[in-house]
Design a protein around this ligand. Structure first.
Ligand SMILES: Cc1ncc(COP(=O)(O)O)c(C=O)c1O
Length: 395
């Protein structure tokens, strides 16, 4: 008789096998209903609905046709590293050199590589709640000691300097920021970034910032960590094309870090990713060198969507929101109607087939909120507002 033996898996595999937050249950249910052909409006997603601009697609195809389909250096193709360095030099007073740039298949891979090169198990990383859902698994994989700072609606979802430095202890190696932020669209003021940069300089702490929404700010220009800081030898900026150029599926991101860290990132990349596709890097360089038109057009359209949706939300009694300064989402405070965001989202889906994401998917600070995503055409967003309004007035 053969004995049933359970397969062995590593502790890492087990740590990554996190239970999905139940805040995502409504989104999963909405997806299933949509697949069955039901008339569901899915505003719980974060993938740009725009197509990648045609000239970028043409550029990739033409490079594929001329044989740019082979291995590439671990740190990335020189022409793309130069395009990123030029871009980063344009948006900050600190000149960015090619030796500071590493290319990764998306921002997520860049964050994982950076944190892997900076954190040992038990090392502290200060992070802000609410946060992008991809951060926690990375810290869990690395067994980092996460030190969570709350950024509540009271402060416009921007953490205070005091709250951040309060979390720092002798284990802290990294303070990890995200500005402009997902899911709130909040932008950290330059003064906060400047103070944090100088605190980190004095205390030998790395300051790392995910700036994937850097090209989508509406009412004020993006303030990069590199712009705000006087000294940059302990800073890392991570950015990419997933959002700005509607290229989420191309997997294109980069890190800007001191040359010594970039050298380590190259080693990390060589053993894990082994370089990104050449033709995608060529098209990414083309996009960055010619990006003003496409990016501005998409940003203007998101801004118009934000303004129209906010205008409609103003007319729905009981709902409150803070106009996002950037990004692709509006956080709606529903607490004067229902305290549990998951309950509200589920009832809304049942009654109106409208899927909004409960704010508790992103942490505690956004509990009692729903994330209304702007990545659908205007007519769909307006229909979403109609359904939300009908649901609220039926209560
Ligand atoms: C703050 C933030 N960082 C990173 C990512 C993922 O970026 P990428 O697709 O380039 O890995 C997202 C995606 O939603 C995000 O919101």
């Amino acid at each position: 008789m053969s004995k049933t033996r359970s397969k062995h898996f590593s502790q890492l595999a087990k740590r990554l096998n996190l239970e999905g937050s139940d805040a995502w249950a409504v989104h999963d249910e909405a997806l299933a209903l949509k697949r069955k052909g039901e008339d569901v409006i899915l505003l719980s997603i974060g993938d740009p609905d725009f197509r990648t601009p045609e000239p970028i697609v043409d550029n990739a195809v033409s490079h594929m046709r001329v044989g740019r389909t082979h291995y590439s250096p671990a740190l990335g193709e020189l022409n793309l590293r130069r395009a990123v360095a030029d871009y980063e030099t344009r948006v900050s007073p600190h000149k960015c050199e090619v030796e500071e740039v590493a290319i990764f298949p998306g921002v997520t891979a860049g964050i994982y590589a950076v944190m892997s090169c900076l954190l040992d198990p038990g090392d502290g990383v200060v992070m802000v709640d609410p946060m992008y859902v991809g951060y926690e698994p990375i810290m869990s994989a690395l067994q980092a000691n996460t030190q969570i700072v709350m950024a509540t609606p009271k402060t416009g979802f921007v953490p205070t300097y005091e709250d951040i430095v309060d979390k720092v202890d002798s284990t802290t190696r990294v303070i990890f920021l995200n500005t402009p932020a997902n899911p709130t669209g909040a932008i950290m003021p330059a003064a906060l970034l400047t103070s944090l940069a100088s605190f980190c300089q004095q205390n030998d702490i790395w300051l790392v910032c995910d700036e994937v929404y850097s090209m989508f700010t509406f009412d004020q220009p993006h303030i990069s960590l590199r712009t705000a800081a006087d000294k940059i030898d302990n800073l890392v900026v991570i950015d990419g094309l997933s959002k700005s150029h509607a290229m989420s599926g191309w997997r294109m991101g980069w890190t800007v870090a001191p040359p010594e860290l970039t050298h380590h990132l190259g080693n990390f990349s060589a053993m894990s990713i082994f370089g990104c596709p050449q033709f995608i890097q060529d098209a990414a360089a083309f996009a960055l060198n010619n990006d003003e038109y496409y990016v501005k057009e998409m940003c203007d359209r998101y801004q118009l969507r934000r303004d129209n949706v906010c205008g409609r939300l103003d007319d729905i009694p009981g709902l409150h929101y803070r106009k996002p300064q950037s990004g692709m989402f509006i956080m709606i405070d529903i607490t004067s109607i229902e305290s549990d965001d998951k309950v509200f989202a589920k009832k809304l889906l049942d009654a109106e087939k409208l899927s909004l994401l409960p704010g508790s998917a992103f942490g505690k600070a956004t509990q009692g909120h729903l994330r209304f995503s702007l990545v659908q055409p205007m007519n769909v967003l307006m229909e979403g507002c109609d359904r939300l309004s009908r649901y609220v007035s039926s209560m």
